[in-house]
Design a protein around this ligand. Sequence first.
Ligand code: SAM
Length: 288
Amino acid sequence: MQRLSDPGMTRKVISQYDFDFRKRFGQNFLVDEGVILRALEAARVSKEDVIIEIGPGIGTLTQYLAEAAYQVTAIEIDKKLIPILSETLAGCDNVEVIHADVLKVDLSAIAQKYAPEHSLKIVANLPYYITTPILMNLFRRNVPAQSITVMVQKEVADRMTAQPGSKDYGSLSVAVQYYSRPRIVEEVPPDSFIPHPKVTSSVVTMELYEELPVRAQNEELFNTVVRAAFGQRRKTLVNALSSNAEIPFGKEQIASCLDQLGFPPAIRGEKLSIGDFVSLSDCLSASG
Ligand code: SAM
């Protein structure tokens, strides 16, 4: 099989099919075998695994996944890529390509087809314009994956892995770290893709918790509190929450919970750990 990670092969396929890159679909195809191999190693892809790949493009990463895994389901939104994929993946009989928007696919149903013999891992060079919706969808719908390994914009990777008190710490850090243990595998320069994106990228791997280390009693309220805390991050937490229309608690209730939890009254949201946010949300929920 001729590897599409070879830039010459990718250019050949693109010109053979007269394919026009679509910016709105975030199309930057990987042409760096080293990056692909290290991503697969970080994800510890083995013949036991079923993989969901989001956005296979012309099938570059898919070729390697097919070799390393038991089965690959690749979900691609761009209908112009479907005939290309059927040719570039012709030799891979363990790959199923689904033409769909990943946000509309029941990913748990795919996992269930192969459970319990095979565990699910998600591997993707994500379309950057919908990185956060895709990750939130995977987490909040409890897609039963062991791990998620993705290429994202470097700044997004920094936010996903940021710790309390740092400038990058925000609602994405809390969401990612509520559900998983994330780790940056490596930074990837623009020239590892065709066409070159304007930004540097990073590969991040997230090991999903089987049992969440902390769990909010009311997850909807927890999410609202986190969003409100970082929505106005320069304000004190009390002011950010009490001035937010989505928070159904007054200033006194919020101040009282902060006091009960031992936080100074002028604390800002960016200082709270995930456990702290859970305690605050549980306290507000109980104060009802
Ligand atoms: N995996 C390929 C690679 O590494 O060369 C392509 C990665 S490219 C960054 C992102 C891919 O996601 C594109 O093929 C794009 O068409 C596809 N895509 C964009 N939005 C999508 C969506 N909502 N659902 C499924 N695929 C999508």
